[in-house]
Ligand binder design. Structure first.
Ligand code: A2P
Length: 329
């Protein structure tokens, strides 16, 4: 299996390399891809060194699958060229997610939608992915009417520049800014660009992508997405109103049984999910499971995941694993 990782020098790209190695994805040849700037530099994977090539050069090397994480521009330009050359693309950018001809996939939720016709497969937004893994079994059992989510998102979700901004501010140094305001000792209720309706693009992604992945436009979703000065790991407060009433013990059982979810919920012993504990984990952590006492048939949850893992790299590699299992690559 020849695997190209496009954006191999980036935060998500390097996490993809780690996850490919950890999960023993059967890579026989790695093709690390980055910009002209990085061409010729070497990257180590499983003890072997590989030379970085450009996206155009990688096409000629005929990988079986290409995992893209080099921004929307690179995906828009190159993913169709790869697909045309018969290379299956798993794309981490937002370029193709809402394209009705492209599948948006979280394997535990809608892996069954993948077919041989899919040459460009979209990986969802990090905040959406960790939420739908938890919503799925609850929707199947009680039917979700409405979701109200507020996020607490870490700076690694923005990229290297944001990590540097936080570290510079913490050290009292001047430097390049990824955000319009100080992030250290602050909270910024603004992720991605503002839309005409007053929501940000990140919030609209959570709304639209949730409906698409869960295959149900009747689920109403509203979101407030917020950047906090945490290095890695996104947290979410999720309020879910159901059509049917639920039993809390059964909710816990359903979540415990859900693939890719770990329930961490023991308030008596101060056990609840935190971003520090999610670091390096492929699973989504859920806790603070309780009834919303202000409204019938409504549940409150706290959901945490490593945004570079399940939110990005792990989900992309799991899509590739599923393609392999279904003999689609
Ligand atoms: P490079 O290191 O050569 O700039 P991050 O989001 O963490 O900053 O990472 C972005 C990734 O996307 C990097 O691997 C970067 O490579 C890659 N990249 C950015 N622009 C291009 C491009 N035009 N073609 C290929 N790769 C690109």
């Amino acid at each position: 299996m020849k695997v190209a990782v496009v954006g191999a020098t980036g935060l998500v790209g390097s996490e993809i390399l780690t996850v490919l190695a950890e999960r023993n994805f059967p890579v026989t040849e790695l093709i690390p891809v980055a910009s002209e700037r990085s061409k010729g530099k070497e990257i180590e994977f499983k003890g072997k060194k590989y030379k970085i090539v450009t996206p155009a050069e990688a096409i000629a090397l005929r990988p079986d699958v290409a995992l893209f994480s080099a921004g929307g521009g690179t995906s828009t330009e190159y993913a169709p060229q790869y697909a045309e050359a018969g290379i299956t693309v798993v794309d981490n950018s937002s370029a193709w997610r809402m394209d009705p001809t492209k599948k948006l996939v979280v394997p535990e939720v809608n892996g069954q939608v993948l077919s041989a016709a899919d040459k460009i497969i979209a990986n969802p937004n990090c905040s959406t992915t960790q939420m739908v893994v938890v919503l799925q079994p609850l929707h199947a059992k009680y039917k979700i009417k409405r979701v109200v989510v507020s996020t607490y998102q870490s700076v690694t979700g923005t990229g290297v520049k944001a990590v540097n901004q936080l570290m510079d501010e913490r050290a009292g140094k001047d430097g390049e800014k990824a955000y319009p305001y100080q992030i250290d000792l602050n909270v910024i209720p603004h992720i991605d660009v503002f839309q005409d309706n007053g929501y940000t693009k990140e919030e609209m992604k959570m709304i639209q992508e949730t409906n698409k992945i869960m295959g149900d436009d009747s689920i109403r979703v509203t979101a407030t997405t917020v950047r906090i000065p945490v290095m890695g790991g996104h947290s979410e407060s999720v309020n879910i109103e159901f059509e049917n009433d639920f039993d809390l013990a059964e909710v816990r059982r359903l979540l415990t049984e859900q693939e890719g979810v770990i329930v961490v919920d023991d308030p008596a012993n101060l056990q609840y999910p935190m971003p520090k504990d999610a670091h390096g984990k492929d699973e989504v952590l859920v806790g603070r499971i309780r009834r919303d006492e202000s409204q019938d048939k409504t549940l409150n949850l706290w959901v945490v995941a490593d945004n570079l893992r399940k939110g990005a790299a792990t989900n992309a590699v799991q899509i590739a694993e599923l393609l392999l299992k279904k003999n689609l690559i």
